[in-house]
Structures are given as C-alpha cells and as structure tokens.
Design a protein around this ligand. Structure first.
Ligand SMILES: C[S@@+](CC[C@H](N)C(=O)[O-])C[C@H]1O[C@@H](n2cnc3c(N)ncnc32)[C@H](O)[C@@H]1O
Length: 325
C-alpha cells in the first residue's frame, strides 16, 4: 500500500525509531489519526504489533479496508473520534495484549485539504463545510449566523488572529448583502479586512484554521484523546504526538506537565481538574523532535511539525482513571 502521492506521513522515521528504541515490538498500537494509513501501514510492516486505527472521517474507510485485507486480524479500524477512544477501548477485550503505543498526527490530511468539496482550503473554491466527520454544524452555519462578537472570539482564541474583530465585523457587514457560501468568497473577505500587504503567509490562514478548529471541536477532542492515552497505555508504553501549530503543541506540553505533577497552578482551562500529582508520564523529548531539512525538502507541509514523546510510568492516572498495569 502506498498512498504517498496523496499524503506523505510526517516524522514517520522518527516515530518508528522510537518504537524500536523503547522495544515496542508487540501488543497494540493505537493510531488515533489513521488518515490515509501511512503510520498504520509502516507499523504493521515493521513491527509485530496489532494496530487499532481511529479516524472520524468516513472518506478514509477505503484505505482502512485495504489494510484490513492485507493484515486481517492484526488491524482494526474504528470510524470514531478521539473522544470515543475511551469507550471503544473499554469495550475491547484487550486484556492479554496491552496498549503499548498511542499515536496522534494532528490536523487535516491532504485527502481533506485537496478536495475542494470538503471546504478546508482557502486556495480551492468549494462550499464552506470543513467538517472532518461530515456531520454536524458546517463552517457555513457559523460564518452566516454567529454574532460579530462570537466570530471574533473564534478567530482570536483558535487562530491567534490579531485582527479578529475587524475580520468578524467585515464578515457580518458583507453577509447582510448576500450570504457567504464559498471558501474563496470568505478568504477574499478576510484578506480585505486585514490591513497591510499580503505577506508570505496568506492573510486567510489563521481565520480558516480557527473556524476548522471550532467546527471540529479540536481542542476538547485533543484533551480527551490525551486523557485516554494516560488511561490505556500500559507501563512503559509510549505516547507520540505530532502537532502543527502552537495551540496544539501547548496543549500537549501542558498535559504532560500536569501528568508529571508540574505546573499544577497553570492548568489549561480545557483540562478537567487534576486528582493527584504522581508522575504518570516520563517525558522523553524535553524539546520536541523537528523534521530534518531533507524531510522538509521532500514534503514542505512537514515544516511546522513537532513531535513530542512520553513514556507511561507505573503510577496511577493524574486524570481521574485507573493505574497503568
Ligand atoms: C494529519 S492526518 C493523519 C495522517 C496519517 N498519519 C497518515 O499517515 O496518513 C489527521 C487525520 O486525523 C483525523 N482526525 C483529526 N481529529 C480527529 C478526531 N478528534 N478524532 C478522530 N480523527 C481525527 C482527520 O480526519 C485526519 O484524517
């Protein structure tokens, strides 16, 4: 299986190296962001581990089915969200084979970004959709119905957009004339609302990221996924998270700090209250692993990736669940 033309997996060599280094050669690995199966395929090929793939996007089913055919009992796929992992794993009979790894490769895949009908890209003309699971509220609903204040909060909180208020006011003014229905219309409105010349990074980038994160509830999903990793990883199992922007990376860093009993006074407002402060993870990467210049040359999209790795200790969960066994 090679879906490389459609999505090149980021920091894959580094993930495989660490699985080897920490002797993760059997048991179960959760690929929480299956996408086009780049990680799952490589793990199934290079280790004796079983893989449970998760992805909320129904479009990835065809890739999951290919892997199911190839690896039969070693691969299972769940078209589910991070927030369902706890429930699914609780129901699985995995007591003999323990969860030895949990991997998150955050954000959108090329499959999503390059299909104009999914509405993720401000470069392709498509409907204002942006739903990873193809269910629930669309970007269209938010852009055309939310108040200027609410829109501004979204752009600021999820995209760090300095001109959030201007962008929001501009949207509200223009949608009174005619509803905003396409990605290119929205991108144009955002660009015009932001003063100054177009720089290297498109002016629509932050606001598009913000709407996508809001629509897909990405912050809360990530926190729930991380909390599930603490609950299900076995002693010495490893957590690997690849993030693509500072908001995500900060959540991962913060989560690991709290799991080490550090930083208890500064717990992200999105995390539930902490129950105790025993160290449930050892952080392996004091500083995140970054892609090499070679990888960036081959895959420019990898340039902003950061990989953090942590190893589960034997202590009970900080986040209100059972001990690692
Ligand atoms: C960057 S892609 C992963 C690519 C994959 N590692 C590969 O090599 O093909 C991220 C994937 O995660 C999925 N995803 C993002 N957030 C999710 C969530 N909360 N629950 C389940 N899947 C999610 C997206 O639908 C997308 O397919």
């Amino acid at each position: 299986m090679n879906n490389f033309l459609e999505h090149i997996p980021v920091l894959l060599d580094e993930i495989l190296e660490n699985l080897k280094k920490f002797k993760i050669t059997n048991g179960i690995i959760i690929d929480a962001t299956f996408g086009l199966g780049g990680y799952s395929n490589a793990i199934l090929e290079k280790t004796n581990c079983d893989v449970y793939g998760f992805d909320r996007d129904p479009d990835v089913l065809k890739y999951a089915n290919k892997l199911k055919k190839k690896y039969k009992n070693r691969f299972k796929f769940f078209q589910k969200k991070f927030s369902d992992i706890d429930d699914i794993l609780s129901k699985q009979n995995y007591s003999k084979k323990k969860v030895k790894g949990m991997i998150f490769d955050l954000g959108v895949s090329n499959l999503q970004l390059t299909k104009k009908n999914r509405g993720f890209s401000f470069k392709l003309n498509g409907p204002l959709d942006m739903r990873m699971s193809k269910e629930g509220m669309k970007a269209l609903d938010v852009i055309n119905n939310y108040s200027a204040e609410k829109l501004s909060d979204i752009f600021y909180n999820f995209g760090d957009e300095f001109f959030s208020r201007r962008v929001a006011r501009h949207i509200v003014k223009l949608r009174e004339i005619t509803p905003i229905s396409t990605t290119l219309e929205l991108a144009d409105i955002i660009r015009k609302a932001i003063p100054g010349k177009q720089k290297k990074i498109d002016k629509a980038t932050k606001s598009f990221q913000a709407i996508r994160m809001f629509i897909n509830d990405e912050i809360s999903e990530l926190n729930k996924g991380l909390i599930a990793s603490e609950k299900f990883l076995t002693y010495e199992g490893i957590l690997c998270v690849v993030s693509f922007h500072s908001k995500e990376d900060k959540i991962v860093k913060n989560f690991l700090n709290v799991c080490q009993g550090k930083n208890n006074l500064f717990i992200s407002k999105f995390l539930p209250p902490v129950e105790n402060s025993k160290k449930s993870f050892d952080v392996i990467t004091k500083k995140p692993i970054l892609p090499t210049s070679r990888e960036i040359k081959l895959n420019y999209k990898a340039r902003s990736a950061k990989l953090r790795i942590a190893k589960r200790t034997k202590f009970s969960c900080v986040f209100n669940c059972e001990a690692a066994a």
